[in-house]
Write a protein of this length. Structure first.
Length: 356
């Protein structure tokens, strides 16, 4: 018998972080039902990636925009122990499968939301992908270049692993007390907390910016995904993958209107050309100018921050990431940071007695 044998997990996630989370649970014995939209998860277009992230699960198709699809999802959630979703904040509620709705019907349910920047805070509604989360969390070095297609998506995998840990901990509590929980996990939060555990002297530090003519742009895996130098020698990241609306928003913010309607399939055949246009447009702006334009347009943009800049960012401060850690729960909040024990300080003491 596997450690999580019999644990019922309803999985509404797509792409990488959520599916890897639930696969970790499935490989420990959980019964995972993967809910896909009509036509299937978009990741099925990349079958090699999809297969590696969705083993040992079952699949059903439900259209949550219909009454029948939503009701079937609610029926399954009523008998589940875990519900995992990866929508942008607010979408699950609009679809009728939010935390309040499901936990009202099933108080024991552990409801886990995985998003880029978490369910609240100044960046909550900002779109993004792995490279953006790494930039905000100061896990990219000052000389970072655009990642290759083969580079490990650190934020995605770190968040998935943290989510599996948080879900397991919450289930342990729910089985003992009958009270479930809501887990709010931001991918950027996990990496920011990692950065905060590194002594300040070892974190990424400001460097003398090179002149624009000294910077060579490295093309990423698709146009609009990677690290881009700005006129003042600083850097931003863009996280466009296949999304047509994010590509269009990026192009229009940068004055590349003629490329805004180029579909993803065509963009894949013109990677070097289109990404060079994006890089050239950004190189004509300062970092602040690029951030202002791209953010206003709804593009997936993030500045490449140093460790000090990350620690001072209002988003991570508002979410309490640096003190209490990256896992945020509703019913049983994590404990804040505490004192560090002196050597052999507690000699002769045994286990604490529970008070609740």
């Amino acid at each position: 018998m596997a450690p999580l044998d019999g644990l019922r997990v309803l999985d509404l996630t797509m792409w990488r972080p959520g599916p890897y989370t639930t696969q970790l649970l499935a490989q420990l014995g959980a019964d995972v039902i993967k809910v896909e939209p009509p036509g299937g998860e978009p990741m099925r277009m990349f079958q090699g990636h999809f297969d590696l992230l969705n083993r040992r699960k079952r699949s059903i198709v439900l259209d949550l925009k219909t009454d029948a699809g939503r009701e079937r999802c609610l029926e399954l959630a009523a008998d589940a122990e875990v519900f995992v979703e990866g929508f942008r904040p607010g979408v699950a509620d609009r679809l009728g499968v939010g935390d309040a709705e499901l936990r009202a019907r099933n108080p024991r349910l552990v409801y886990c939301s995985i998003s880029g920047y978490g369910a609240d805070g100044p960046l909550a509604q900002v779109p993004g992908h792995d490279v953006n989360y790494r930039a905000y969390a100061a896990t990219l070095p000052p000389d970072a270049a655009s990642p290759s297609l083969e580079e490990l998506p650190v934020a995605d995998m770190a968040a998935a692993t943290m989510a599996a840990f948080a879900i397991t901990a919450a289930c342990l509590r729910a089985r003992a007390t009958g009270e479930g929980d809501r887990i709010d996990l931001g991918m950027a939060d996990v990496l920011a907390h990692w950065t905060s555990t590194v002594p300040e002297a070892l974190r990424p530090q400001p460097v003398t910016p090179p002149r624009p003519d000294q910077v060579t742009h490295v093309t990423g895996p698709v146009p609009g995904y990677g690290v881009y130098a700005t006129k003042d020698g600083l850097k931003i990241t863009l996280g466009v993958v296949s999304e047509e609306r994010l590509w269009a928003a990026t192009c229009r913010a940068l004055g590349l209107d003629e490329a805004a309607d180029v579909p993803f399939a065509e963009r894949l055949g013109r990677v070097a050309e289109l990404d060079a246009d994006v890089a050239a447009a950004i190189a004509r702006l300062t970092r602040d100018e690029a951030m202002e334009r791209l953010s206003a347009a709804g593009a997936p943009v993030a500045p490449l921050l140093t460790g000090a800049e990350m620690l001072d960012l209002d988003h991570f401060r508002a979410r309490g990431v640096l003190d209490a850690g990256p896992v945020r729960t509703t019913a049983h909040p994590p404990l804040p940071g505490g004192p560090v024990a002196g050597l052999d300080e507690h000699r002769g003491e045994g286990w604490r007695h529970l008070t609740d």
